[in-house]
Design a protein around this ligand. Structure first.
Ligand SMILES: [Zn+2]
Length: 413
């Protein structure tokens, strides 16, 4: 059984024309006219494939292929919204590969025991309205009502945009579905990094999605004149910040290949070129697919901050701004995917997902699995974002068998 890679590729190209600018970049912000047009195009294809299609109150679109029994569904899909001036593959690859799986099952007249549903999650990127992952958050019942008051750059509230898109802002809570609705959720996505390219593999089997732990560190020192205050009489918080930044890199490198540590923001107060700062703020973002590992890194960095500040006569304060647990993929799913890739002779390796995806939220409801496909030069969120027809086909082939096998569970007497 082989997916039809030309059909899949043609659809990627057709979808990629919606929201395309002259430089080839694609802008399909959540709930925009372009987002609507793209969603409608895919809905048309879903209906052609015989799916029963409906939209939930937050605008998530579902397409269902019945199984031979009533039971939990095997859910698969991704998003169609993009960042400003993004590419053709982020999100779209996951939705269209899901559709290709359904059509392949149709082509081969294969029935499944469990039903299969495709989902198009709304506002995954959060480029127009902050946050992102809105569709999956609503399904998991985690979307706060207050999000409806968010405004875009033009002052349009999310509630208005959602209504125009066809959603029902006063009923977003009704988008919630219980975990028992789902046997599993699977998402194909572009890698957005270069591991697969460096190892010359077309597909990546995702071991887990790293949850971000983010903190804001404020270091208090003593302000003074850059020329007048002698070097040995200073309590300079900026120098401490510099050492902490190096330490974050060092600890992350030393801990595990899956660990990431980033300082993405530093601000000095008052912030003059001839003034020793009295205060410095920085953010630290720590990620790993293993929560214990992540905790170890956080506590090591925290100890370093205290030590450096003590040595330099500084005070510090740490505020945890985000603590999203990592979502591991269970061993059976990983083994299953490896087995499929081997049988299908698809060159693969295991990877971790550093970026958040809807699968991370769906992991709160049911077992998840993710297949990555190679991103050329690791580029994404830009017009140059590209994956080849063959890599897309290879990833979809894994998704096909994973979905088919999950939807045909062994019957236990
Ligand atoms: Zn994406």
């Amino acid at each position: 059984m082989k997916i039809n890679k030309e059909r899949l590729w043609d659809r990627i190209q057709m979808l990629g024309e919606i929201g395309q600018s002259t430089n080839g970049g694609i802008t399909r912000l959540a709930f925009s006219k372009e987002d609507r047009k793209a969603t409608d195009l895919v809905i048309g294809w879903m209906r052609e494939a015989g799916l029963e299609v409906w939209t939930d109150p937050v605008g998530n679109v579902f397409g269902r292929r019945e199984g031979t029994v009533k039971g939990p569904v095997v859910l698969t899909g991704s998003h169609l919204d993009t960042v400003r001036n993004g590419g053709k593959f982020d999100g779209a690859a996951g939705v269209l590969s899901a559709l290709e799986v359904i059509q392949t099952l149709n082509d081969y007249n294969i029935e499944t025991i469990l039903p299969i549903e495709i989902v198009i999650f709304v506002n995954e990127e959060g480029s127009r309205y902050a946050g992102g992952l809105m569709g999956s958050m609503a399904i998991a019942g985690l979307l706060p009502e207050s999000i409806l008051d968010e405004k875009d750059n033009e002052g349009i509230p999310l509630s208005t945009a959602l209504k125009e898109f066809g959603g029902m802002p006063n009923q977003i809570h009704a988008a919630k579905r219980p975990g028992s609705d789902f046997a599993a959720f699977y998402e194909l996505h572009i890698e957005q990094s270069q591991t697969l390219e460096k190892e010359d593999k077309s597909a990546g089997i995702v071991l887990g999605i790293a949850g971000p732990y983010q903190m804001k560190v404020i270091i208090y020192g003593r302000s003074g004149h850059a020329g007048a205050v002698a070097m040995n009489l200073r309590n300079d918080p900026m120098v401490a910040a510099g050492i902490i930044i190096q330490e974050v890199e060092k600890v992350a490198k030393e801990t595990a290949p899956t660990t990431r540590g980033t300082v993405g923001y530093v601000k000095a107060f008052p912030g003059g070129h001839n003034v020793i700062p009295e205060k410095v703020e920085l953010t630290i973002d720590i990620r790993d697919i293993n929560e214990e590992t992540r905790e170890r890194v956080v506590s090591r960095i925290q100890k370093t901050i205290t030590k450096i500040c003590d040595e330099r006569g500084l005070k510090s304060e740490t505020i945890v701004t985000q603590n999203t647990p990592p979502v591991p993929v269970n061993k059976e799913t990983i083994e299953k995917m490896k087995q499929i890739a081997n049988e299908e002779k698809i060159p693969f390796t295991t990877v971790t997902s550093g970026a958040a995806h809807d699968a991370m939220i769906m992991g709160k409801l049911c077992p998840i699995g993710m297949v990555f496909i190679r991103s050329i030069n690791g580029l994404s969120h830009c017009p140059e974002e590209f994956s080849t027809r063959e890599d897309l086909a290879d990833g979809t082939q894994i998704l096909l068998h994973l979905i088919k096998d999950t939807a045909n569970p062994p019957i236990i007497e």
